[in-house]
Design a protein around this ligand. Structure first.
Ligand code: ARG
Length: 374
């Protein structure tokens, strides 16, 4: 069922990537880097990293033509255990926490105008965020077509807002408001851990670059369209993000930006960290797998991505070890508690639980297992 063309592919990448991040991360990236110059460098570097990762994924996506993103790649490369642990962490924590971050940022920004001069009460933001998730769920249950329309509407709306911010920034800069961009490296941090954390926040804004790999089977002419959508979509987002940040600095000093009442970065910090620890582990494993397959001519790209991924996972842990990192790892490994009886040994009692559950879910969600192909 090839339905998704090049333009829809680009929209899917751009629409997924541009989200809460460009509105909540600038503050955290600046906090981690300490000055305008390194802050913009981190935004650019995150974009380059996302592009390199996506290029590796394009190769993987055209080589292992299965939908499902990382899951089939881990399955092919390392077998069912790692693929399972990936799905386990993604379904139980990563996806829900990324929905929570997005919904909470949306709710916080939507309610702020009604509480001038103070932050909206937590209960209001949380209820609003829950309502957002509920509405989106209902829309998706009602009709896929309606869901695509809503997605397209919001993609256009987000791009429009970005264009407005960027154009206003360019106008202000042209009028001479460049004082915040002078001496851009004064006060820069040298702490590796802080820069690592700045990367986590920047990369959150770029997250979603691998979205097309989840629907490779639905892509028209994937050999052409998968790499092309990546090469067009991600640079577009990089340009938008850098210009949005420059626009912020054309109206605010770095200190004002740090004091601005943006979404509570601290509350999402651990979800970010957790997401990234799980995701860069997965990425590092997948990238190193590229060598096993010997599929890429430009080996430097996967090598670089592996090195940077390792740095990003290790730097904050080494610089400032916190219990949360241990909990994350324990949670990932904890998936084994279900894997061993349900998947590895497939005890009879587990089948008695799983069979009716699978059948009911298949009926409820109207899905059937794909036909087995050689
Ligand atoms: N980059 C997006 C944002 O800034 C988050 C994307 C979440 N990931 C995903 N696969 N939907 O909000």
């Amino acid at each position: 069922m090839s339905q998704v063309g090049l333009l829809s592919g680009i929209c899917l990448i751009v629409g997924t990537m541009i989200g809460s991040g460009i509105f909540i991360s600038p503050k955290a990236v600046l906090e981690g880097t300490g000055a305008v110059g390194p802050c913009l460098c981190v935004w650019a570097a995150c974009g380059v990293l996302a592009t390199m990762g996506a290029l590796c994924y394009a190769e993987l996506g055209t080589m292992i033509m299965k939908s499902g993103g990382e899951y089939p790649y881990l399955m092919e490369g390392f077998g069912p255990l790692l693929a399972y642990l990936y799905s386990w962490s993604t379904i139980v924590v990563l996806k829900p926490s990324s929905f929570a971050i997005i919904a909470l940022s949306c709710a916080e920004y939507a309610s702020t105008p009604f509480y001038p001069g103070c932050t909206p009460p937590q209960v209001v933001t949380k209820c609003l965020a829950a309502a957002c998730i509920l509405i989106i769920t209902v829309i998706n249950c009602l009709s896929v077509k309606l869901a695509y329309r809503v997605q397209n509407f919001f993609t256009v709306a987000k791009l429009l807002i970005i264009v407005i911010i960027v154009v206003s920034g360019i106008v202000l800069l042209a009028q001479g408001n460049t004082q915040n961009l002078k001496d851009p490296f004064a006060g820069a941090t040298t702490s590796f851990g802080a820069i690592g954390l700045a990367f986590y926040n920047g990369l959150w804004a770029y997250d979603g670059w691998n979205q097309l790999n989840f629907i490779t089977e639905e892509l028209k002419n994937p050999y052409r369209n998968l790499p092309l959508a990546i090469i067009i979509g991600i640079p577009l987002v990089i340009v938008c993000y850098i210009f949005v940040n420059i626009a912020y600095f054309s109206v605010m000093t770095p200190t004002e930006l740090l004091q601005s009442p943006a979404v509570a970065v601290v509350s999402v910090h651990y979800s970010h960290t957790f997401a990234f620890i799980c995701n860069h582990l997965a990425d590092a494993i997948i990238q190193s797998n590229l060598h096993i397959f010997k599929i890429t001519n430009i080996k430097i790209i996967p090598v670089l991505v592996v090195i940077v991924s390792c740095y990003l996972v290790l730097a904050p842990i080494i610089e400032k070890p916190e219990w949360e990192y241990l909990y994350c790892t324990m949670f990932i490994v904890g998936g084994l508690l279900l894997y061993v009886p349900f998947i590895y040994y497939k005890f009879n009692w587990t089948r008695c639980i799983m069979r009716p559950l699978t059948m009911h879910l298949q009926l409820l969600l109207e899905v059937i297992p794909p036909e087995k192909t050689e």
